[in-house]
Design a protein around this ligand. Structure first.
Ligand SMILES: CC(C)(COP(=O)(O)OP(=O)(O)OC[C@H]1O[C@@H](n2cnc3c(N)ncnc32)[C@H](O)[C@@H]1OP(=O)(O)O)[C@@H](O)C(=O)NCCC(=O)NCCS
Length: 202
């Protein structure tokens, strides 16, 4: 996760430069045998109307959550912002920014009571597929040094640790925490996994 700063006016962040940003093809969402409308995951663009549900997840998932304004700024900037829905329930989301030949993951979270069932990995697979469609070569992210769970997930998906940003995140009172910088070479990345099965209601 990246601590939120006002998005830079990056040309690639403008929706007009992102024809695919509003209609990401979800390569993994093929319905499973026996699945129902409530268990087939849908990945679709987030809108302002989703921010109550997004904030409920964000505040349960992070010690230092993004604010509503951070999310609305991200949407206004045309960042790739996708929600994962199981039926009517927002179960997770992922926000990323397109650069010249890379995609930068800004935020990913799964509803606390749905974590550990493969949805984080699934969202990363969707992000990888979209990034490849956009012609990106690399995926980049920062993660708190103490967030071993997320680092395990990223390593399993094929990310390598490439650096450390000292005192990058706010932590306790007047304290800061380092960020581990990780990157993934998209063309060499392991293949996506199938949709988590069974798809558990959140
Ligand atoms: C990080 C997060 C998005 C992962 O989503 P998730 O749905 O829980 O993760 P998954 O179920 O897809 O697990 C993927 C991998 O994470 C690892 N993992 C899952 N649960 C774990 C746990 N309790 N402890 C350690 N590792 C765990 C596993 O290695 C798993 O790999 P596998 O699929 O090869 O078994 C989610 O835990 C979350 O929202 N955390 C809070 C917000 C956050 O930290 N975001 C990342 C900021 S950089």
């Amino acid at each position: 996760m990246r601590p939120f700063t006002q998005p830079a006016a990056h040309p690639a962040a403008h929706p007009a430069a992102h024809p695919g940003a509003d209609a990401v093809a979800d390569p993994l969402a093929a319905p499973q045998p026996g699945s129902t409308a409530d268990t087939v995951p849908r990945v679709q663009p987030l809108g302002l109307q989703d921010l109550d549900a997004v904030l409920a997840i964000e505040q349960g998932a992070y010690s230092h959550p993004w604010s509503r304004g951070n999310f609305s700024d991200a949407l206004a900037s045309g960042y790739w912002a996708q929600g994962l829905w199981l039926g009517d329930t927002l179960t997770g989301y992922c926000i990323a920014m397109r650069g010249v030949d890379e995609t930068h993951l800004l935020n990913i979270a799964v509803k606390p009571d749905a974590q550990g069932h493969g949805w984080g990995r699934y969202l990363l697979d969707v992000l990888k597929a979209w990034s490849l469609e956009q012609g990106a070569q690399w995926l980049w992210l920062e993660v708190r040094e103490s967030n071993h769970r997320a680092q395990t997930l990223y390593a399993n998906v094929g990310f390598a640790r490439v650096g450390l940003r000292k005192a990058y995140y706010p932590s306790g009172r007047e304290q800061r925490e380092n960020a581990v910088v990780m990157s993934l070479a998209l063309k060499a990345a392991p293949a996506a996994r199938p949709v988590p099965e069974p798809a558990r209601p959140a």
